[in-house]
Design a protein around this ligand. Structure first.
Ligand code: ABU
Length: 381
């Protein structure tokens, strides 16, 4: 924490993705692993030393570069008067277990956005849906304990820990997926036939886009229908909108469909919305849906499970100011044309550690209240 921020009292509150940001968590790359295989995912990167079935730490020189970029980003935020806290990494190479399963490794703690969902004065630890990420919340416990002591109004919540036993997953999902024809994969996309069953609620916090009273929840490969339903029951005063898109590797709304600020969303140019009435909903409320620019990369970078669409994975510091990965020239130009002040942030080396600028952060405090940005609701959305 810088001297100017040392006195900022802890208040947990954030209702959306754009109000002035005053306090944020920025992740760390330390010890991040190429995860061991499990029913939810299998990494297969033979050209980079991790063929199917293998796992281990990402190379040290990659970790050093990623941490340099994360530290520089944290400093940039602090220099703008934003308080920055950091998680406490664990030994992610350790084997973990519950009574239901054993898993040969954990993952890391670069993307706090995946784990922590801030809605108003509440932070929820998401269920997560991979065994390697089941214990990831522990990296944030020192901070959450501190916030609990310092802010008497902070509501600290944890969604029900899923058992992630074998029946949480469709049997042999990935082997069956590889055998599917193009038409069968297409069918799976339309039917939301992803690896999770509906045995228990599962969601990643990064599948939720926050816009005051309205929360948009991506029915992705890591968030099932029961997860959406849990969120609906947990937030009775919000309107929960499940959304889905044309994508065969669906993960996280923050590289898919981003509510940028009142009246403006950024839509992935490839992952077209499939949700009935979704675009009409935004139109009816006078929100513009802008297709994102062409990303810098054509394909996934080495050892990364994150797509080139991290180009859209940005952090709003206030409704006019946006942090963008410095390599994404076309995306920055588009934001410039949309009237945003763009802050380029070198972040290319962080991708393999689990995401971009939005993933690498979790809101603790933004000014502002819970507003209704969508007074015109549409039946069935
Ligand atoms: N955590 C964001 C990853 C999204 C993507 O790979 O497209």
């Amino acid at each position: 924490m810088t001297a100017q921020n040392e006195t900022r009292a802890t208040i947990v509150s954030s209702w959306n993705e754009w109000d002035p940001l005053k306090h944020v968590i920025v992740g760390r790359a330390d010890g991040t692993m190429v995860q061991a295989p499990e029913p939810a995912i299998e990494r297969d990167w033979p050209d980079h030393g991790f063929p199917l079935g293998t796992y281990g730490p990402l190379p040290k020189e990659m970790e050093t570069r990623a941490n340099q970029q994360l530290d520089n980003f944290a400093k940039l935020l602090e220099d703008r008067g934003i308080r920055v806290d950091r998680p406490t990494p664990l030994d992610f190479s350790q084997e973990v277990r519950t009574p239901d399963w054993e898993q040969n490794s954990m993952f890391g703690c670069m993307p706090p956005r995946d784990v922590l969902l801030t809605v108003g004065n509440e932070i929820i630890e998401a269920t997560m849906s991979q065994r390697a990420r089941w214990y990831e919340y522990l990296c944030y416990r020192p901070l959450l304990e501190q916030y609990f002591k310092e802010d008497p109004n902070f509501r600290w919540e944890a969604a029900p820990k899923p058992r992630l036993a074998d029946d949480t997953y469709k049997k042999d999902y990935w082997r069956e997926w590889d055998k599917k024809s193009k038409a069968e994969k297409e069918k799976a996309i339309y039917e939301l036939d992803w690896v999770l069953t509906e045995k228990e609620p599962c969601f990643d916090a990064a599948d939720i886009g926050r816009a005051g009273k309205d929360l948009f929840v991506y029915r992705s490969s890591v968030t099932n229908e029961a997860g959406v339903e849990w969120l609906r029951r947990h937030f009775p005063n919000h309107r929960i909108h499940p959304v889905w898109f044309y994508e065969d590797n669906p993960i996280h709304i923050d590289a898919t469909f981003v509510v940028l600020r009142p009246g403006l969303t950024l839509a992935n140019r490839k992952r077209k919305p499939l949700t009935p009435n979704m675009l009409q909903f935004f139109k009816k409320n006078d929100w513009e849906v802008v297709e994102c620019a062409k990303p810098f990369l054509d394909d996934y970078p080495p050892l990364s499970f994150c797509s080139p669409w991290l180009s859209m994975n940005t952090l709003m510091l206030d409704p006019k100011t946006i942090c963008v990965d410095a390599q994404e020239k076309e995306q920055m130009e588009q934001f410039d044309r949309l009237g945003l002040e763009v802050i380029p942030v070198p972040f290319i080396d962080v991708s393999a550690f689990g995401g971009g600028l939005h993933c690498a952060t979790a809101d603790v405090y933004r000014e502002g209240n819970c507003e209704d940005y969508f007074p015109h609701q549409i039946e069935g959305f």
